[in-house]
Design a protein around this ligand. Structure first.
Ligand code: BES
Ligand code: MN
Ligand code: ZN
Length: 493
């Protein structure tokens, strides 16, 4: 599929489906649209009236134009109130249109959308992202594709002539999102710590990043007892992945992105029981997936900040070698942890990854992790929890997420709750009481960052969606990649 920006006039456009965006309560056709309606014998006006179309955000209607028309179908998508237009509204509207056009077996789709904020570049990028994200289908695990309908071949963005760079930027970012979706969607017998390291190697080779993989022995030498404690029952070797993007010249900022990389989380000896969703726990490397997806995008975009992409990848399994509940582990900063629950394993792997990143002399660290069910209880499936003691990093991430359309919400780091992690035998336990469980998880992580401004995103909810949702199909969303890319780009400004 190619997305081409051009200035072909609406009235002269020819192709399979022509889509127009209309604002809420402003669906009377004026100017060019009135002429377009006349050209097609009033069918547009009829369609809007018959469907009682009000222009509500994401509502779509369409009609066939009879006869041998140069345009086969008209699609109308609502954009909501003009004053409420967000960049993500365009992204979602483009996705909605692309889906309708695909169902209508269109090969050539024309899109006529207004600008967000008088910004053709940001608008073109968001529209292109919406189209690409919505049309992506994962057929890797089907023996035969079920969907044999023709694919959309060309999408024309009308009125966006000259926006090739923005569309290319969208494509680079989407390539990272799709990588993240593929990694999360793949089952635990396909994506393992070994294949995650191989994926990092592929990114390094294709886009010229540096890669260091620390094997178990290397991690032992660094004293990563928390990470290795989680890894010790798996038959697969743990891989500590460290990819580095370095810009030409002096970097404006030095940043790290860390992702939880549990390729499967059985819970360990505190095994996940019936109804716990154990069969979904291939998603527990969603943080690592976002990290590698961001690496792929950033390596192509080449911003002027240095970025370290880190994941302590392993499985959480059971065997005769498994951690016993109650074991005491020593992390690489010397802190001791009583593992009162082996299912709170993500924070153990992140502990050593944070200590490692903290020593790199960076300006900021962001970690992403499918860390707690408690975060899903607090914020639901669509919203990530943002936990940080640092107001500056918090507002950077909130701004980045605003542009990406990925929802985040800052949560309190209530220091008092650390009491719930007090241990009689070690420096801390890895689990506190159930109430505030996502907060104590974040407070646990904070113990492993001393030098660097840091934020943690709990993405246990938005990493996956059961139903089609905006530009996400059902399944893995690739959540985080777009926010991370925006964050890194803004850091250089
Ligand atoms: N990977 C899970 C968290 C999770 C839950 C991710 C649901 C995605 C969807 C994590 O390792 C875990 O098991 N957390 C426990 C922590 C508890 C033992 C303190 C949880 O949330 O129940
Ligand atoms: Mn767990
Ligand atoms: Zn987990």
């Amino acid at each position: 599929m190619t997305i081409q920006p051009n200035d072909r006039p609406l009235l002269e456009w020819t192709g399979d489906s022509l889509a127009i965006g209309l604002f809420e309560d402003a669906v009377e056709l004026t100017g060019e649209l009135a002429t377009l309606d006349q050209k097609f014998a009033g069918v547009l006006k009829e369609l809007i009236a018959e469907e009682e179309f009000k222009g509500k955000a994401n509502s779509t209607i369409f009609t066939r134009i009879s006869g041998n028309s140069p345009v086969r179908k008209l699609i109308v998508v609502g954009l909501g109130k003009p004053e409420a237009l967000k960049i993500d509204t365009l992204r979602r509207a483009a996705a909605a249109v692309a889906r309708v056009a695909k169902k209508q077996k269109s090969k050539i789709l024309g899109l006529s959308f207004p600008l967000w904020n008088n910004d053709p570049e940001a608008s073109a990028q968001a529209i292109a992202e919406g189209v690409e994200l919505a049309l992506y289908q994962d057929v890797r695990f089907k023996s035969e594709p079920e969907d044999k309908a023709p694919q959309i071949e060309t999408v024309e963005l009308l009125g966006f002539a000259g926006q090739e760079a923005a569309i290319n930027r969208a494509h680079q970012i989407v390539s990272g999102v799709i990588l993240a979706r593929q990694l999360v969607a793949a089952p635990a017998n396909a994506v393992t710590p070994i294949t995650l390291a191989e994926t990092a190697q592929t990114i390094a080779n294709e886009h010229g990043l540096q890669l260091q993989i620390l094997e178990r022995e290397d991690c032992e030498k660094l004293g990563m007892g928390a990470f290795l404690g989680v890894a010790q029952a798996s038959d697969l070797p743990p891989k500590f992945i460290h990819l580095t993007y370095k810009p030409e010249g002096t970097p404006k900022k030095k940043l790290a992105i860390i992702g939880k990389g549990l390729t499967f989380d059985s819970g360990g000896l505190n095994i996940k029981g019936a109804g716990s969703g154990i069969e979904t726990m291939k998603i527990d490397m969603g943080g690592a997936a976002a990290t590698l997806g961001a690496a792929k995008a950033i390596a192509q975009i080449k911003p002027d900040s240095e970025v370290h992409f880190i994941s302590a990848a392993t499985e959480n399994m059971i065997s005769g070698r498994a951690m016993h509940p109650g074991d005491v582990l020593t992390a690489s900063n010397g802190k001791t942890i009583e593992v009162n629950n082996t299912d709170a394993e993500g924070r153990l792997t992140l502990a050593d990854a944070l200590v490692y990143a903290d020593k790199l002399g960076l300006d900021a660290i962001v970690d992403l992790a499918t860390l707690t069910g408690a975060n899903v209880i607090a914020l639901g499936d669509d919203i990530a929890g943002l936990y940080t003691p640092d107001d500056a990093v918090a507002s950077q991430l909130e701004k980045a997420a605003q542009t990406s359309g990925e929802k985040i919400w800052r949560m309190p780091m209530e220091e008092k709750y650390f009491e719930g992690l007090k241990s009689g035998i070690a420096d801390m336990k890895n689990t506190g009481p159930r109430p505030g469980g996502a907060i104590t998880a974040a407070l646990f992580l904070k113990e492993f960052v001393k030098e660097t401004p840091w934020a943690h995103l709990d993405i246990a909810g938005p990493v996956w969606t059961d139903k089609e949702n905006g530009y996400n199909g059902s399944g893995a969303t690739g959540y985080g990649v777009r926010t991370l890319v925006n964050w890194v780009l803004a850091a250089g400004e």
